[in-house]
Write a protein that binds this ligand. Structure first.
Ligand SMILES: *[C@@H]1O[C@H](CO)[C@@H](O)[C@H](O)[C@H]1NC(C)=O
Ligand SMILES: *[C@@H]1O[C@H](CO)[C@@H](O)[C@H](O)[C@H]1NC(C)=O
Ligand SMILES: *[C@@H]1O[C@H](CO)[C@@H](O)[C@H](O)[C@H]1NC(C)=O
Ligand SMILES: *[C@@H]1O[C@H](CO)[C@@H](O)[C@H](O)[C@H]1NC(C)=O
Ligand SMILES: *[C@@H]1O[C@H](CO)[C@@H](O)[C@H](O)[C@H]1NC(C)=O
Ligand SMILES: *[C@@H]1O[C@H](CO)[C@@H](O)[C@H](O)[C@H]1NC(C)=O
Ligand SMILES: *[C@@H]1O[C@H](CO)[C@@H](O)[C@H](O)[C@H]1NC(C)=O
Ligand SMILES: *[C@@H]1O[C@H](CO)[C@@H](O)[C@H](O)[C@H]1NC(C)=O
Length: 291
């Protein structure tokens, strides 16, 4: 039978295999002569060398078009977002004065947030800038002006809400402070040369009396122009963004208060656009339970 004819002994297979690996007659290794192997090796060397060169070149060209200090594509809104501190998931600040544990974490968050604003740190890291105008630090004809200096925002500017004299930020007497910050937008000049400020109010007209009076720090909730523009994390190393504090002086107890704070600046539109609730404004709930 055919199959039996083809059948080889174990010894034959071994000899054939040995001859395939090294054939002393034809001087072939694995079925190829030395020069054939050399050609193949050369081919792959050139082939992969070419691929590597292509890849490196493409990467290099890409990197040439990028600025190490500025994001190439910035799809951020030109309307800066706003956020509060202390920040909770639902932006809901609820507490009970007699139950210290309910507000302890808020005070901790505020202290942590304000640490970089300590006057001593601001004095060491940042400059005393001229108030009322932008702190522009342009690059001169391609000569990079890096790193850029930042302006001082002293913690003491927040007065009653600095947590310095009143270490509980008013939470203990039921006159709590909330800090409001505007998110950083690179190369943005808010206000277009006019003063900017933050104002807070009850979300509904009829709740204004229940919300009671508020105090703003710095005065009038002003944000000085000298804290702008922001040049980006890598360049503007010691930048501390300006903040505004609101202190609720006479909150009606056991009531949910819906508050909205917005920024007033000539070039920031805060129209009631429900698509982005945080564009130029922030809403939060505050409630103090009767002791
Ligand atoms: C506030 O906390 C105190 C002490 O824990 C408790 O007795 C009181 O019932 C709490 N009040 C409310 C409205 O939760
Ligand atoms: C900042 O000031 C607060 C209050 O004086 C102090 O407790 C804290 O240790 C200071 N932090 C730094 C980093 O200096
Ligand atoms: C911040 O405080 C330092 C001293 O701690 C003072 O020299 C500087 O004028 C203050 N700057 C502002 C903007 O208040
Ligand atoms: C940032 O702060 C550090 C620490 O005080 C200081 O050495 C450095 O000069 C500051 N850099 C700039 C660009 O302000
Ligand atoms: C803290 O209190 C002292 C004395 O009452 C006052 O001189 C100082 O301005 C207060 N500081 C702040 C940040 O409110
Ligand atoms: C602010 O005013 C100065 C001087 O009038 C002008 O050069 C600059 O372009 C203005 N900046 C903005 C953002 O409007
Ligand atoms: C805030 O700024 C707006 C315009 O930018 C101004 O009309 C308003 O009077 C300012 N409010 C305060 C309290 O300074
Ligand atoms: C606090 O608000 C109540 C009404 O909710 C009002 O009667 C009272 O006069 C206010 N107190 C102060 C100091 O404004």
């Amino acid at each position: 039978m055919a199959i039996e004819k083809e059948k080889k002994t174990c010894g034959q297979v071994m000899t054939e295999w040995k001859e395939f690996v090294w054939n002393p007659r034809t001087h072939e290794f694995m079925g190829r002569t030395g020069s054939s192997w050399a050609l193949i090796l050369l081919f792959y060397l050139v082939f992969y060398g070419f691929l590597t060169a292509m890849f490196t070149l493409t990467m290099w060209v890409m990197l040439q078009t990028m600025d190490a200090h500025l994001p190439k594509y910035q799809d951020r809104l030109s309307i800066p977002g706003m956020m509060i501190r202390p920040k909770t998931d639902a932006l809901d600040i609820t507490y009970n004065i007699t139950n210290t544990e309910t507000w302890d974490s808020y005070v901790k968050m505020l202290n942590n947030f304000l640490e970089p604003y300590n006057d001593s740190i601001q004095l060491a890291n940042n400059d005393n800038c001229t108030p009322g105008r932008y702190n522009e630090q342009p690059d001169n004809n391609g000569v990079l002006n890096y790193p850029k200096r930042a302006c001082r925002f002293n913690r003491t500017l927040l007065k009653e809400c600095s947590g310095l004299n009143d270490t509980t930020f008013g939470y203990r007497e039921g006159r709590p402070c909330i800090l409001i910050k505007m998110n950083r937008v690179i190369n943005f000049f808010p206000g277009a040369n006019h003063t900017i400020n933050v104002t807070c109010a009850a979300k509904k007209e009829e709740d204004v009396l229940k919300l009671g009076d508020m105090a703003m720090y710095p005065d009038n909730g002003n944000i000085d122009l000298m804290y702008f523009p922001y040049y980006g994390k890598k360049v503007h190393v010691n930048y501390t963004q300006p903040i505004v504090a609101v202190k609720f002086l006479n909150l009606t107890r056991d009531t949910d208060h819906n508050v909205e704070c917005r920024i007033n600046a000539a070039n920031i539109v805060t129209a009631d656009d429900d698509r982005d609730k945080f564009a130029g404004r922030v809403s939060f709930k505050i409630r103090i339970d009767k002791e």
